[in-house]
Design a binder for this molecule. Sequence first.
Ligand code: MLT
Length: 404
Amino acid sequence: MFKVNENYLKLPGSYLFSTVGKKQRAYQEAHPDKKVIRLSIGDVTQPLVPAIIEALHKAVDEMGHAETFRGYAPDLGYEFLRNAIADNDYKARGCQISADEIFVSDGAKCDSGNIQEIFGLDNRIAVCDPVYPVYVDTNVMAGRTGTYDPVRETWSDVIYMPCTADNNFAPELPKETPDIIYLCFPNNPTGSTITKAQLQEWVDYANKTGAVIIYDAAYEAYISEADVPHSIYECEGARTCAIELRSFSKNAGFTGVRLGFTVIPKELKSGDVSLHSLWARRHGTKYNGAPYIVQRAGEAVYSPEGKAQLKEQVAYYMKNAAYILNGLKEAGYTVSGGVNAPYIWLKAPNGMTSWEFFDHMLENANVVGTPGSGFGPSGETYFRLTAFGSYENTVEAVNRIKAL
Ligand code: MLT
């Protein structure tokens, strides 16, 4: 009889956002007359901007003619896109990242889940608590995480770095030394950020201890404050210790289009083995590239029209964020995030657990959020709302919560 990968059996429950979706659908089916507003999963709602639509149409037409038709994409992604990324996301910010250190993919979720494959199973990972569940769950699937403690809701071989109100939701350097450190800023789920000086401490720490940082910067487009870094490569020494993950989902509305990229500098090595060459080997073997049409759409993100239109789109969502943040503050909630990130993190009142508050909100305000405990034990009693709804729904949701 064949055997399954038993690591999968260790995973408790279903993926967080699947559970949230199931509960929402069950409630909606039981109450078809209610208008449920979803501010749970960080999925965008605004249409693709005209510059992107135009690029998509043009690329579709190219695919219809033999002279301009394209088959398999180059392993790392088309040069026109990698050059645009290198120039706009890195060179323009003073970061030394070249186009051949960029690997184009179909999104940061896959990259953040797959990247652990190039590391040995005996590496110890460190994660923020609360954390985007993909980092931990994919390490569980790989067999890197020991056993699960259902009471503490933690894995035995994982170093958890609590991010709580006491430390402004910013992790402190861990007491035990990890090999792989996952950081995500602006943070999902808390919406917090760290300054460039704080991030420099992590880079120095990783270089000193020989750890690698996997830096998820999927939300960098939402940064509004000057001392918040957009890329880990703004820090000195990051080329020898950091991988960066980026997405087109949140800055350009590509959640259904799918595009992202991973940056691995050539100097990043374990002994004399370059992580760049391992990821290139993996990419070449397991992946056939994001579609040409989508990569052209990605290129349009960096055109002058694309940039201007997307700036407005980000501002639209950040207006929602401000509405949620201020509305909930007025209603007496303890809230944070929402200034450099599209997520608002709030404390459930009256000692409610995250799931109790989830049910309370669903049943009484018909608003769906994400229970903080689903992101890790330090998220217990917290609740996350996203700014990715429409403005009208956001206003209605906040008014309903205020009226509770
Ligand atoms: C979230 O809601 O945390 C994100 O949408 C998840 C994701 O981007 O995969």
